[in-house]
Design a protein around this ligand. Structure first.
Ligand code: ADP
Length: 357
């Protein structure tokens, strides 16, 4: 293993992320044009160092056709996996400080969600996505001599939420029985958890889970993912200094494609599936809006997705959203709707108890 992270270098970033707790951070990543792709014209006009992004409407000239956005971070198509991960590594570290952390990827099919979270098919270590690097780090940091937090017990599960016809299935890809409380209050009788002792165990489980992920081909993209894939690590550990036991969790979420149904040209059961996916993503949008407006009632219960993520979308949680963009001109309208979703999320404060830790 030649991948390593120098914690000291990340100290400043760590502190900044600590400050930012209680907000949803939005990191925008633009995927490169793929080999063999003819259309090289892009709608991305400008990428600034401070998270600025300017998008041009290909059918409108001048100022009117330009729209600028500002996020916590924007990655150009040249960004590499190690760089992206080192920027978010402090968040993973804070799982060992007792925080619930949620990292999710949002965007249309083919925009690089799976690339960012998992890596390309058959990835070498260099191409590993956030999932592998994060899991590796959790174990590595907990085993370091200077770490004040030692993992005493881990529980791991992969959860695919997929939709067939009008039924929503929750497939927690594991064995045994998971109690209701362990699954964020979600009653999933067939669900279960595996104890894991290190990265190797987790990778084994994750690969099995990924292979089982529901996928289907649509007119848009053969690799279209019709399911939300959620990897969760529950960590229980001991603080060496105080001797107290802490529980925390890390959710790694690869959401289903956010594209509109009509563009996928699907019918029958596939159309129903697409509509259900749109429904759960819009439920996520509604939760984010309600949080942004500081509403008293947050509609977590409107979808399985928001129920599973409830603990990570409120209070003391730290949440980071990768907003994935396809740079092609043909994706302009999807890119704009993705960016508007992201803009809504980027102002969100997760809870009132922001400064209590
Ligand atoms: P999604 O999960 O959003 O449907 P994928 O992650 O499958 O999209 O990405 C679509 C294609 O683009 C894949 O072939 C993937 O390997 C490639 N790709 C995505 N992001 C990058 C990137 N940053 N660098 C190189 N290739 C990428």
């Amino acid at each position: 293993a030649n991948y390593s992270v120098v914690l000291a270098e990340n100290r400043k970033l760590h502190n900044e992320l600590q400050e930012l707790k209680g907000n949803i951070r939005v990191y925008c990543r633009i995927r490169p044009f793929l080999r063999g792709q003819k259309e090289k014209q892009t709608v991305i006009e400008y990428i600034g160092e401070n998270g600025e992004l300017v998008v041009v409407n290909p059918s409108k000239q001048g100022k009117e056709g330009r729209r600028s956005f500002k996020f916590n971070m924007v990655y150009s198509p040249a960004s590499v996996q190690a760089q992206v991960y080192s920027d978010i590594q402090p968040l993973v570290q804070s799982v060992l400080d007792g925080y619930n952390v949620c990292i999710f990827a949002y965007g249309q099919t083919g925009s690089g969600k799976t690339y960012t979270m998992t890596g390309p098919d058959g990835a070498s270590e260099e191409d590993w996505g956030v999932n592998y690097r994060a899991l590796n780090d959790l174990f590595r940091i907990s085993q370091m001599r200077e770490s004040t937090f030692k993992i005493t017990k881990d529980r791991y599960y992969v959860c695919n939420i997929y939709h067939a016809s009008s039924t929503v299935f929750l497939d927690l890809h594991t064995l045994g029985i998971l109690s209701t409380s362990q699954a964020n209050g979600l009653a999933v009788p067939e669900a279960s958890m595996f104890p894991v002792n290190g990265t190797a165990d987790v990778l084994d489980l994750m690969n099995t889970g990924l292979r089982n992920r529901a996928k289907g081909s649509t007119a848009m993209n053969e690799r279209s993912s019709r399911s939300h894939s959620i990897v969760t690590i529950h960590v229980q550990g001991k603080d060496i200094k105080s001797g107290s036991t802490m529980h925390s969790s890390l959710h790694l979420v690869d959401l289903a494609g956010s594209e509109r149904v009509d563009r996928s040209e699907v019918t029958g059961d596939r159309l129903k599936e697409a509509q259900h996916i749109n429904k759960s993503l819009s439920a996520l949008g509604d939760v984010i809006s309600a949080l942004a407006q500081k509403n008293a009632h947050i509609p977590y219960r409107n979808s399985k997705l928001t129920q599973v993520l409830q603990a990570s979308l409120g209070g003391q949680a730290k949440t980071l959203m990768f907003v994935q963009l396809n740079p092609e001109i043909g994706s302009y309208s999807e890119t704009m709707s993705t960016l508007k979703f992201a803009e809504r999320a980027s102002g969100v404060e997760l809870g009132a108890a922001r400064s209590s830790k």
